[in-house]
Design a protein around this ligand. Structure first.
Ligand code: KG4
Ligand code: ZN
Length: 337
Protein backbone atom coordinates (compact mmCIF):
# COMPACT_ATOMS: atom_id res chain seq x y z
CA UNK A 1 0.00 0.00 0.00
CA UNK A 2 1.35 3.42 -0.92
CA UNK A 3 0.60 6.32 1.41
CA UNK A 4 1.23 10.02 0.84
CA UNK A 5 2.11 11.90 4.05
CA UNK A 6 1.50 15.62 4.58
CA UNK A 7 2.87 17.68 7.46
CA UNK A 8 1.86 21.34 7.87
CA UNK A 9 1.43 21.79 11.64
CA UNK A 10 3.94 24.62 12.11
CA UNK A 11 6.73 26.16 10.04
CA UNK A 12 7.81 23.20 7.92
CA UNK A 13 6.00 21.84 4.88
CA UNK A 14 6.78 18.12 4.72
CA UNK A 15 5.64 15.58 2.13
CA UNK A 16 6.59 11.92 1.81
CA UNK A 17 5.60 8.68 0.11
CA UNK A 18 5.72 5.49 2.19
CA UNK A 19 5.20 2.04 0.72
CA UNK A 20 4.30 -0.70 3.21
CA UNK A 21 6.41 -3.11 1.16
CA UNK A 22 9.20 -0.94 -0.24
CA UNK A 23 9.56 1.46 2.74
CA UNK A 24 10.16 5.19 2.37
CA UNK A 25 10.11 5.99 -1.36
CA UNK A 26 10.55 9.77 -1.18
CA UNK A 27 10.44 12.71 1.18
CA UNK A 28 10.55 16.45 0.60
CA UNK A 29 10.80 19.27 3.09
CA UNK A 30 10.52 23.00 2.82
CA UNK A 31 11.53 25.00 5.89
CA UNK A 32 10.00 28.44 6.42
CA UNK A 33 12.88 29.57 8.65
CA UNK A 34 13.90 32.44 6.36
CA UNK A 35 10.30 33.67 6.17
CA UNK A 36 9.89 33.98 9.95
CA UNK A 37 13.47 34.96 10.84
CA UNK A 38 12.92 38.72 10.69
CA UNK A 39 10.05 38.39 13.18
CA UNK A 40 12.08 36.32 15.66
CA UNK A 41 9.50 33.50 15.69
CA UNK A 42 6.72 31.81 13.73
CA UNK A 43 4.00 34.15 12.42
CA UNK A 44 0.97 31.80 12.08
CA UNK A 45 -0.75 33.60 9.20
CA UNK A 46 2.46 33.71 7.16
CA UNK A 47 3.01 30.02 7.91
CA UNK A 48 -0.45 29.07 6.55
CA UNK A 49 0.02 31.09 3.37
CA UNK A 50 3.40 29.57 2.71
CA UNK A 51 2.07 26.02 3.18
CA UNK A 52 -0.51 26.87 0.47
CA UNK A 53 2.31 27.93 -1.85
CA UNK A 54 4.65 25.00 -1.21
CA UNK A 55 2.42 21.96 -0.77
CA UNK A 56 1.59 21.24 -4.41
CA UNK A 57 5.15 21.57 -5.78
CA UNK A 58 6.43 19.38 -2.94
CA UNK A 59 3.83 16.68 -3.64
CA UNK A 60 4.73 16.73 -7.33
CA UNK A 61 8.42 16.48 -6.41
CA UNK A 62 7.84 13.60 -4.00
CA UNK A 63 5.78 11.61 -6.53
CA UNK A 64 8.50 12.13 -9.12
CA UNK A 65 11.21 11.02 -6.71
CA UNK A 66 9.13 7.96 -5.78
CA UNK A 67 8.60 7.27 -9.52
CA UNK A 68 4.85 6.94 -9.09
CA UNK A 69 1.69 8.70 -10.32
CA UNK A 70 -1.12 10.14 -8.21
CA UNK A 71 -3.25 7.13 -9.23
CA UNK A 72 -0.78 4.78 -7.51
CA UNK A 73 -1.62 6.22 -4.09
CA UNK A 74 -3.81 4.13 -1.75
CA UNK A 75 -4.28 6.68 1.04
CA UNK A 76 -3.39 10.17 2.21
CA UNK A 77 -2.13 10.77 5.76
CA UNK A 78 -2.07 14.31 7.12
CA UNK A 79 -1.27 15.95 10.45
CA UNK A 80 -4.62 16.68 12.08
CA UNK A 81 -3.10 18.18 15.25
CA UNK A 82 -1.74 19.45 17.52
CA UNK A 83 -0.38 22.60 15.89
CA UNK A 84 -1.30 26.00 14.47
CA UNK A 85 -4.93 25.92 13.37
CA UNK A 86 -4.48 27.74 10.05
CA UNK A 87 -1.43 25.71 9.12
CA UNK A 88 -3.19 22.44 10.00
CA UNK A 89 -6.23 23.44 7.94
CA UNK A 90 -4.08 23.88 4.82
CA UNK A 91 -2.83 20.28 5.06
CA UNK A 92 -6.25 18.88 5.98
CA UNK A 93 -8.05 20.68 3.16
CA UNK A 94 -5.39 19.57 0.68
CA UNK A 95 -5.57 15.95 1.85
CA UNK A 96 -9.37 15.83 1.79
CA UNK A 97 -9.59 17.42 -1.68
CA UNK A 98 -7.04 15.02 -3.13
CA UNK A 99 -8.74 12.05 -1.48
CA UNK A 100 -12.08 13.14 -3.00
CA UNK A 101 -10.53 13.45 -6.45
CA UNK A 102 -8.70 10.12 -6.25
CA UNK A 103 -11.49 8.28 -4.34
CA UNK A 104 -9.07 7.05 -1.68
CA UNK A 105 -9.31 7.44 2.10
CA UNK A 106 -7.46 9.85 4.38
CA UNK A 107 -5.75 9.08 7.68
CA UNK A 108 -5.65 11.90 10.27
CA UNK A 109 -2.37 11.65 12.19
CA UNK A 110 -1.37 12.92 15.63
CA UNK A 111 1.83 14.94 15.18
CA UNK A 112 3.42 13.74 18.44
CA UNK A 113 2.57 10.10 17.79
CA UNK A 114 4.30 10.51 14.43
CA UNK A 115 7.39 11.94 16.19
CA UNK A 116 7.31 9.01 18.59
CA UNK A 117 7.23 6.52 15.73
CA UNK A 118 9.93 8.27 13.64
CA UNK A 119 12.73 5.99 14.97
CA UNK A 120 10.79 3.05 13.49
CA UNK A 121 11.79 4.33 10.05
CA UNK A 122 15.40 3.38 10.83
CA UNK A 123 17.17 0.06 10.41
CA UNK A 124 16.95 -2.13 13.54
CA UNK A 125 13.87 -0.32 14.84
CA UNK A 126 12.76 -0.56 18.49
CA UNK A 127 10.09 -3.07 19.44
CA UNK A 128 7.15 -2.37 21.73
CA UNK A 129 6.94 -1.92 24.66
CA UNK A 130 9.31 1.01 25.11
CA UNK A 131 9.75 4.25 26.99
CA UNK A 132 9.58 7.37 24.81
CA UNK A 133 10.98 10.81 25.55
CA UNK A 134 9.20 13.35 23.35
CA UNK A 135 11.01 16.66 23.27
CA UNK A 136 9.82 19.36 20.87
CA UNK A 137 8.94 23.04 20.76
CA UNK A 138 5.52 22.40 22.30
CA UNK A 139 5.90 19.14 24.24
CA UNK A 140 8.11 17.48 26.83
CA UNK A 141 6.71 14.11 27.78
CA UNK A 142 7.78 10.71 29.01
CA UNK A 143 5.45 8.13 27.52
CA UNK A 144 4.99 4.44 28.08
CA UNK A 145 4.39 3.00 24.60
CA UNK A 146 2.90 -0.41 25.44
CA UNK A 147 1.94 -1.22 21.86
CA UNK A 148 1.19 0.60 18.64
CA UNK A 149 -1.56 3.15 19.47
CA UNK A 150 -1.40 2.38 23.20
CA UNK A 151 0.32 5.23 25.00
CA UNK A 152 0.34 6.45 28.59
CA UNK A 153 1.85 9.75 29.70
CA UNK A 154 4.13 9.04 32.68
CA UNK A 155 5.39 12.58 33.09
CA UNK A 156 5.38 15.94 31.37
CA UNK A 157 6.44 19.55 31.76
CA UNK A 158 4.49 21.69 34.16
CA UNK A 159 5.36 24.89 32.28
CA UNK A 160 7.57 25.47 29.21
CA UNK A 161 8.48 22.69 26.80
CA UNK A 162 12.23 22.08 26.65
CA UNK A 163 12.45 23.25 23.01
CA UNK A 164 10.57 26.40 23.96
CA UNK A 165 13.09 27.01 26.77
CA UNK A 166 15.97 26.57 24.30
CA UNK A 167 14.29 29.07 21.98
CA UNK A 168 13.62 31.63 24.74
CA UNK A 169 17.15 31.43 26.19
CA UNK A 170 18.55 31.74 22.66
CA UNK A 171 16.54 34.93 22.26
CA UNK A 172 17.89 36.29 25.55
CA UNK A 173 21.42 35.58 24.26
CA UNK A 174 20.65 37.52 21.07
CA UNK A 175 20.65 34.47 18.78
CA UNK A 176 18.44 34.37 15.69
CA UNK A 177 15.33 32.19 15.30
CA UNK A 178 15.18 29.18 15.35
CA UNK A 179 17.01 29.42 18.65
CA UNK A 180 17.50 25.80 19.77
CA UNK A 181 20.10 24.69 17.23
CA UNK A 182 21.82 28.11 17.38
CA UNK A 183 22.13 27.88 21.16
CA UNK A 184 23.53 24.34 20.86
CA UNK A 185 26.14 25.66 18.41
CA UNK A 186 27.10 28.53 20.72
CA UNK A 187 27.36 26.16 23.70
CA UNK A 188 30.22 24.35 21.93
CA UNK A 189 32.43 27.36 22.76
CA UNK A 190 31.24 27.50 26.38
CA UNK A 191 33.43 26.70 29.37
CA UNK A 192 32.07 24.08 31.73
CA UNK A 193 31.78 25.17 35.36
CA UNK A 194 31.61 28.95 35.01
CA UNK A 195 27.87 28.96 35.67
CA UNK A 196 25.95 26.37 37.58
CA UNK A 197 22.25 26.24 36.80
CA UNK A 198 19.71 24.47 39.05
CA UNK A 199 18.12 21.12 38.13
CA UNK A 200 14.39 21.88 38.51
CA UNK A 201 12.19 19.06 39.93
CA UNK A 202 15.20 16.73 40.31
CA UNK A 203 14.64 16.36 44.04
CA UNK A 204 10.92 15.74 43.70
CA UNK A 205 9.19 12.43 43.22
CA UNK A 206 7.62 11.54 39.90
CA UNK A 207 8.54 12.11 36.28
CA UNK A 208 7.40 15.68 35.62
CA UNK A 209 9.64 18.45 34.32
CA UNK A 210 9.90 22.22 34.66
CA UNK A 211 11.95 24.52 32.44
CA UNK A 212 10.70 28.05 33.04
CA UNK A 213 13.05 28.52 36.04
CA UNK A 214 16.07 27.78 33.83
CA UNK A 215 14.97 30.55 31.48
CA UNK A 216 14.75 33.05 34.38
CA UNK A 217 18.15 31.87 35.67
CA UNK A 218 19.64 32.42 32.22
CA UNK A 219 18.12 35.90 32.06
CA UNK A 220 19.65 36.84 35.43
CA UNK A 221 23.09 35.52 34.41
CA UNK A 222 22.84 37.40 31.12
CA UNK A 223 21.92 40.67 32.85
CA UNK A 224 24.86 40.36 35.22
CA UNK A 225 27.58 38.87 33.01
CA UNK A 226 26.38 38.53 29.42
CA UNK A 227 28.25 41.41 27.84
CA UNK A 228 30.91 39.49 25.97
CA UNK A 229 30.73 36.52 23.62
CA UNK A 230 32.55 34.15 25.96
CA UNK A 231 30.12 34.83 28.81
CA UNK A 232 27.18 34.23 26.47
CA UNK A 233 28.68 30.94 25.31
CA UNK A 234 29.26 29.95 28.95
CA UNK A 235 25.60 30.69 29.76
CA UNK A 236 24.50 28.69 26.71
CA UNK A 237 26.63 25.76 27.84
CA UNK A 238 25.35 25.84 31.43
CA UNK A 239 21.72 26.16 30.34
CA UNK A 240 22.03 23.27 27.87
CA UNK A 241 23.81 21.15 30.48
CA UNK A 242 21.01 21.76 33.03
CA UNK A 243 18.19 21.20 30.53
CA UNK A 244 19.76 17.97 29.25
CA UNK A 245 20.54 16.79 32.77
CA UNK A 246 16.92 17.40 33.84
CA UNK A 247 15.74 15.17 31.00
CA UNK A 248 18.33 12.48 31.71
CA UNK A 249 17.51 12.35 35.44
CA UNK A 250 13.85 11.57 34.71
CA UNK A 251 14.68 9.09 31.96
CA UNK A 252 16.96 7.23 34.39
CA UNK A 253 14.22 7.20 37.02
CA UNK A 254 11.59 5.97 34.53
CA UNK A 255 13.88 3.20 33.24
CA UNK A 256 14.74 2.03 36.76
CA UNK A 257 11.22 2.19 38.17
CA UNK A 258 9.49 0.56 35.23
CA UNK A 259 12.29 -1.76 34.04
CA UNK A 260 12.27 -0.50 30.46
CA UNK A 261 14.96 -1.93 28.21
CA UNK A 262 14.37 0.47 25.29
CA UNK A 263 14.18 4.24 25.22
CA UNK A 264 12.99 6.05 22.11
CA UNK A 265 13.88 9.73 21.87
CA UNK A 266 12.10 11.95 19.34
CA UNK A 267 11.02 15.51 18.51
CA UNK A 268 13.13 18.52 17.53
CA UNK A 269 15.32 18.55 20.65
CA UNK A 270 16.36 14.92 20.03
CA UNK A 271 18.72 16.45 17.43
CA UNK A 272 20.71 18.00 20.30
CA UNK A 273 24.21 16.46 20.45
CA UNK A 274 24.60 16.79 24.21
CA UNK A 275 21.24 15.08 24.82
CA UNK A 276 22.18 12.27 22.43
CA UNK A 277 25.56 11.80 24.12
CA UNK A 278 24.15 11.81 27.66
CA UNK A 279 21.29 9.44 26.85
CA UNK A 280 23.63 7.03 25.10
CA UNK A 281 25.74 7.05 28.26
CA UNK A 282 22.63 6.43 30.36
CA UNK A 283 21.76 3.50 28.08
CA UNK A 284 25.20 1.97 28.60
CA UNK A 285 24.98 2.41 32.38
CA UNK A 286 21.44 1.00 32.70
CA UNK A 287 21.67 -1.68 30.02
CA UNK A 288 18.96 -0.04 27.91
CA UNK A 289 18.97 0.39 24.16
CA UNK A 290 18.51 4.02 23.05
CA UNK A 291 16.85 4.84 19.72
CA UNK A 292 16.94 8.18 17.90
CA UNK A 293 15.55 9.10 14.49
CA UNK A 294 18.15 10.17 11.90
CA UNK A 295 18.82 13.91 12.34
CA UNK A 296 16.53 15.07 9.50
CA UNK A 297 13.60 13.14 11.02
CA UNK A 298 14.08 14.59 14.53
CA UNK A 299 12.41 17.85 13.52
CA UNK A 300 9.11 18.09 11.64
CA UNK A 301 8.91 16.08 8.42
CA UNK A 302 6.47 14.29 6.14
CA UNK A 303 8.10 10.86 6.45
CA UNK A 304 6.90 10.30 10.01
CA UNK A 305 3.35 11.27 8.97
CA UNK A 306 3.33 8.93 5.97
CA UNK A 307 4.73 6.09 8.11
CA UNK A 308 2.24 6.58 10.97
CA UNK A 309 -0.59 6.87 8.45
CA UNK A 310 0.48 3.62 6.80
CA UNK A 311 0.30 1.78 10.15
CA UNK A 312 -3.27 2.98 10.72
CA UNK A 313 -4.16 2.27 7.10
CA UNK A 314 -3.10 -1.35 7.52
CA UNK A 315 -5.42 -1.61 10.52
CA UNK A 316 -8.30 -0.25 8.44
CA UNK A 317 -8.42 2.92 10.51
CA UNK A 318 -9.07 5.33 7.67
CA UNK A 319 -11.55 8.06 7.01
CA UNK A 320 -13.73 8.72 3.99
CA UNK A 321 -15.87 11.64 5.15
CA UNK A 322 -15.23 15.06 3.69
CA UNK A 323 -15.32 16.95 6.98
CA UNK A 324 -12.25 19.16 7.31
CA UNK A 325 -11.54 19.05 11.01
CA UNK A 326 -8.29 19.74 12.84
CA UNK A 327 -7.23 19.61 16.49
CA UNK A 328 -4.90 22.48 17.51
CA UNK A 329 -4.78 20.93 21.01
CA UNK A 330 -4.99 17.18 21.13
CA UNK A 331 -3.84 14.96 23.95
CA UNK A 332 -2.22 11.83 22.57
CA UNK A 333 -4.31 8.71 23.02
CA UNK A 334 -7.36 10.70 24.21
CA UNK A 335 -9.54 11.92 21.33
CA UNK A 336 -10.14 9.36 18.65
CA UNK A 337 -11.05 10.80 15.28
O1 KG4 B 1 9.62 18.76 16.62
P1 KG4 B 1 9.91 20.15 16.15
O2 KG4 B 1 10.59 20.33 14.82
O3 KG4 B 1 8.61 20.99 16.10
C1 KG4 B 1 7.61 20.89 17.07
O4 KG4 B 1 6.77 19.95 16.93
O5 KG4 B 1 7.66 21.69 18.02
O6 KG4 B 1 10.78 20.82 17.32
C2 KG4 B 1 11.23 22.13 17.24
C3 KG4 B 1 11.99 22.47 18.51
C4 KG4 B 1 12.36 23.95 18.58
O7 KG4 B 1 12.07 24.42 19.88
C5 KG4 B 1 13.86 23.91 18.31
O8 KG4 B 1 14.54 24.99 18.89
C6 KG4 B 1 14.26 22.60 18.94
O9 KG4 B 1 13.21 21.72 18.59
N1 KG4 B 1 15.55 22.09 18.43
C7 KG4 B 1 16.67 21.97 19.17
C8 KG4 B 1 17.67 21.48 18.31
N2 KG4 B 1 17.12 21.31 17.06
C9 KG4 B 1 15.83 21.69 17.16
N3 KG4 B 1 16.90 22.24 20.47
C10 KG4 B 1 18.13 22.00 20.94
N4 KG4 B 1 19.16 21.54 20.20
C11 KG4 B 1 18.97 21.26 18.88
N5 KG4 B 1 19.98 20.79 18.14
ZN1 ZN C 1 7.11 18.49 15.77
Amino acid sequence: MVILGIETSCDETGVAVYDTVGGLLAHKLYSQVALHAEFGGVVPELASRDHVRKLLPLVKGALKEAKIELQDLDGIAYTAGPGLIGALLVGAAFAKSLSYALKIPTIPVHHMEAHLLAPLLEENPPEFPFLALLVSGGHTQLIEAAAFGKYKVLGETLDDAVGEAFDKVAKILGLPYPGGPELAKMAKNGVKGRFSFPRPMAGQKGLNFSFSGLKTYALNCFREFGLDNQARADIAFAFQEAAVDSLVIKCRRAIKENHFTSLVVAGGVSANYMLREQLNELGRAEGAQIYFPRLEFCTDNGAMIAYTGSRYFMLGKTNTNMEIKVYPRWEMGKTSI
